[in-house]
Design a protein around this ligand. Structure first.
Ligand SMILES: [Zn+2]
Length: 108
């Protein structure tokens, strides 16, 4: 990815973060677990719910990029070394079927 594309993605992440962050509850609607929300590193960025609290076995590091907080999946040793690691909530949500259904409904 070249520098312009990287900057463009960062700006779109900022816009998405500011526009949609408040729509995401800190409690899972399917199972009532505590959640934190970050954007993915993908293009276009997607919302990813992270289980709280962090755990040593987590596979996602959270870094700040501009206004947005971004979840880096399977981070290398140079990404927030020694920092907290989280588990994506959709991997463990007991109400995951309802969760997926609601996400689909909201998008349509
Ligand atoms: Zn859940």
């Amino acid at each position: 990815m070249d520098e312009d594309a990287r900057r463009d993605l960062r700006e779109r992440r900022d816009v998405k973060w500011r526009a949609e962050r408040s729509r995401h509850s800190s409690t899972c609607r399917a199972c009532t677990a505590d959640l934190d929300w970050v954007l993915t590193t993908s293009d276009p960025p997607q919302w990813m719910p992270l289980d709280q609290p962090p755990t040593p076995t987590g596979t996602v590091a959270v870094v700040r990029r501009g206004a947005a907080r971004v979840g880096v999946v399977n981070p290398g040793p140079d990404v927030d070394p020694g920092g907290a690691r989280f588990v994506p909530h959709w991997a463990i949500c007991v109400g995951v079927d309802a969760f997926r259904r609601r996400h689909r409904e909201r998008r349509s």
